[in-house]
Design a protein around this ligand. Structure first.
Ligand code: ARG
Length: 393
């Protein structure tokens, strides 16, 4: 019997997919479950996968790799799709694709499978990712192919086949969460004029429920990497998780947007990304403090492209790799501290310091001690404006 490695979440969809792959395709199913957000009960996951018919289940904590190899490059790139979404889900998919391929190769499986629907970006990211890494693998997407139309039909199927499912009330939203943020879709959110109800939010408090007094936090970077939060040295994953708690408490990092999906649809998306929002702002701030104008202005164009490539499922493409090298090239200068004020839904950079600062108070000051040569401005303007003399209306 041929083998398939299924990206397994433990939810209803992928649990039914285990059985379905076995029944419809006659495959031996190996489940692969990665933690990049919440750490779930491993024993329960394995039990459920096996009850559904899996011959083997891998459960791995990939938060460290996710932070180091996916979040960090995106942070250095200042990647936000369409200027807002920090790409949490889009960054998680290539990591899962990479490990699906690894497990498939190790197990000698001819197939991989995933639980993405046929309408979203995630199927593209997983499938293009897998094909980029190993074009010999065949891909099956049960949710695109099977006959179930409703959740009830899936529950019925699960019951019939003895697949243990949690009988919790189904969330009215479709949710995907990892340490870089959460994506919330569907239900009432599909009406673009309706404000998302408070119960849609998971990681952030409503502005009117946040502490009345602002809180100041300090993030220290070493060569581009956030290493200390409020003076405390923390591994990257812990720093991100702690910052999610702190900034979430102040309602920071909520986004409500109409987004252009790769598959041609405009969709209403609600995101929460407290730590991502703060770290992106802090890194941009510090980099702006230590880099020159030309670099900063040019980088903004590349950031846009990078976010697009990530969103479009081209994480393993040559251009994305080349851009990574560009963004990494100056990180040795990005050392210093940024002070941030958290205040009712806002994170505002209010202080920055670095041994590599290009900011010179002596040049900037309008007070005593000014060393800027004002007289030199005259000659500078004469030449700068020369090509345009008389060209106006
Ligand atoms: N629209 C977002 C993206 O394409 C979020 C996708 C969320 N996925 C999910 N399965 N709910 O990155």
């Amino acid at each position: 019997m041929k083998k398939v490695v299924l990206a397994y979440s433990g939810g209803l969809d992928t649990s039914c997919a285990v059985k379905w792959l076995k029944q419809e395709h006659g495959l031996q199913v190996i489940c692969f479950c990665a933690f990049i957000g919440e750490v779930k009960d491993k024993t329960k996951l394995v039990k459920r996968a096996e009850a559904a018919g899996a011959i083997k289940t891998y459960v791995v904590d990939l938060k460290g790799e996710f932070a180091r190899d996916f979040i960090m490059p995106a942070l250095w790139a200042h990647a936000r799709y369409e200027g807002k979404y920090p790409l949490a889900t889009a960054l998680g998919r290539p990591l899962i694709a990479k490990h699906l391929v690894k497990v498939a190769q190790k197990e000698g499986a001819a197939y991989v499978a995933h639980g993405c629907t046929g309408k979203g970006n995630d199927q593209v990211r997983l499938e293009v990712g897998v094909r980029t890494l190993d074009p010999k693998l065949k891909i099956i997407a049960p949710l695109r192919d099977w006959e179930f139309k409703t959740r009830e039909e899936e529950i019925e199927y699960a019951k019939k086949h003895g697949i243990p499912i949690e009988v919790t009330k189904a969330s009215p939203y479709s949710i995907d969460k990892n340490i870089w943020g959460i994506a919330i879709e569907a239900g009432i959110l599909e009406n673009p004029m309706k404000e998302p109800p408070e119960d849609a939010y998971v990681m952030t408090k409503a502005c009117d429920k946040t502490p009345k007094k602002p809180r100041y936090i300090e993030i220290a970077f070493e060569e581009g990497v956030p290493v200390r939060l409020n003076g405390k040295t923390l591994p990257l994953v812990d720093l991100i998780e702690e910052l999610n708690e702190i900034a979430g408490e102040y309602g920071v990092g909520r986004f409500d947007m109409i987004e252009n999906r790769l598959v041609g649809i405009k969709s209403r998306e609600v995101y929460e990304a407290p730590a991502a929002d703060v770290l992106l702002k802090a890194h941009e701030e510090l980099e702006g403090f230590v880099m020159d104008r030309e670099f900063i202005h040019y980088k903004r164009l590349l950031s846009e492209k990078y976010a697009e490539l990530t969103y479009f499922g081209l994480w393993f493409s040559p251009l994305k790799k080349a851009l990574d090298a560009f963004f990494a090239s100056n990180q040795d200068r990005v050392t210093g501290k940024v002070r941030i004020k958290l205040d009712r839904g806002h994170a505002i950079c209010v202080g920055r310091t670095s041994k590599h600062a290009l900011y010179k108070e002596k040049l900037a000051t309008y007070s005593k001690g000014d060393i800027f040569d004002r007289k030199a401005s005259v000659g500078f303007m004469k030449i700068w404006g020369l090509p345009y003399e008389g060209m106006g209306e």
